[in-house]
Design a protein around this ligand. Sequence first.
Ligand SMILES: Cc1cc2nc3c(=O)[nH]c(=O)nc-3n(C[C@H](O)[C@H](O)[C@H](O)COP(=O)(O)OP(=O)(O)OC[C@H]3O[C@@H](n4cnc5c(N)ncnc54)[C@H](O)[C@@H]3O)c2cc1C
Ligand SMILES: NC(=O)c1ccc[n+]([C@@H]2O[C@H](COP(=O)([O-])OP(=O)(O)OC[C@H]3O[C@@H](n4cnc5c(N)ncnc54)[C@H](OP(=O)(O)O)[C@@H]3O)[C@@H](O)[C@H]2O)c1
Length: 247
Amino acid sequence: MPKWCDATIVDKKIWTEGLFTISITANDVNEFEPGQFLQLGVEDGDALINRPYSVASPTGDVLEFFIVLVEDGQLTPRLWKLEVGDTLKVSQRAAGSFTLKKSPAAECLWLVSTGTGLAPYIAMLRTAEPWEKYQKIIVVHGVRFAADLGYTDELKEFEKKYPERFTLIQALTRESTDGLLKGRIPALLESGELESVSGCQLRDDNSAVLLCGNPAMLDDMEEKLGTRGLKRHRKKSPGQIVLERYW
Ligand SMILES: Cc1cc2nc3c(=O)[nH]c(=O)nc-3n(C[C@H](O)[C@H](O)[C@H](O)COP(=O)(O)OP(=O)(O)OC[C@H]3O[C@@H](n4cnc5c(N)ncnc54)[C@H](O)[C@@H]3O)c2cc1C
Ligand SMILES: NC(=O)c1ccc[n+]([C@@H]2O[C@H](COP(=O)([O-])OP(=O)(O)OC[C@H]3O[C@@H](n4cnc5c(N)ncnc54)[C@H](OP(=O)(O)O)[C@@H]3O)[C@@H](O)[C@H]2O)c1
């Protein structure tokens, strides 16, 4: 069992009904790498209901979490009801190897996500690390509806700051909006749209690809990237793909 710290909600941002970011403070959380996750827990009588959440901010005094309400879920309906000033538990130590330190060096870094799988990339992009390690960074964010596109303003700021080095690709699956791609991410890879919009080819000799969120997206992307010669990056067998499976 993790060691638990007391945490307090200091901010809550609702992106759209059921999709939210909570910011917490907790004194004793150890330092962690961007991309790692902490456990959040809410007490229910004598029990503590807890789940892992990627931290959407780098290590610091305030920790951010980008969360979606799973209506019939055990924990998220409880998290969704919390307001500023409410308390919860957070694990003292972060875990996980979905970090840039554990990712291969390459010319292009592809940060591919569905839904709240964007969270670890926000933490990474707020640090110097990706900008020092990669020439070109492409964020691909796939969601059902435009309202589900959290963190757009912040991502657009990176586009302004690094016009030659950063591309944001947002894709919707259940509606069409001018300026955004339509379709699931693996289909947009196959159609060539991800590469044409970013101006980067997705090849085994120039790309590192991080995949986070819906496990079906991870599986489909790994299969499609595999046909291009990209494979899972492992310590003993270097490759290009690093995964974080949310369920
Ligand atoms: C390493 C790791 C990091 C994670 N980080 C985040 C995060 O930053 N934000 C976040 O919202 N969730 C994240 N999750 C998922 C989270 O741990 C919980 O599973 C989720 O919040 C549902 O909890 P619950 O108790 O409400 O639902 P449960 O009763 O546990 O139901 C789980 C079901 O909910 C669905 N589900 C779970 N997570 C998601 C999701 N993110 N988007 C869409 N459907 C989902 C799946 O169908 C899954 O089978 C992460 C999971 C892992 C393993
Ligand atoms: N605003 C919100 O996001 C919101 C609010 C309240 C509650 N919820 C609930 O939260 C849960 C999760 O919703 P979510 O939309 O965040 O997560 P999700 O179901 O994982 O969907 C996120 C995106 O991933 C796509 N996807 C699914 N399978 C894929 C695959 N194999 N390859 C590529 N992309 C794939 C989806 O496309 P498809 O559309 O084609 O499936 C969608 O665009 C649901 O129970 C939902 O009802 C969501």
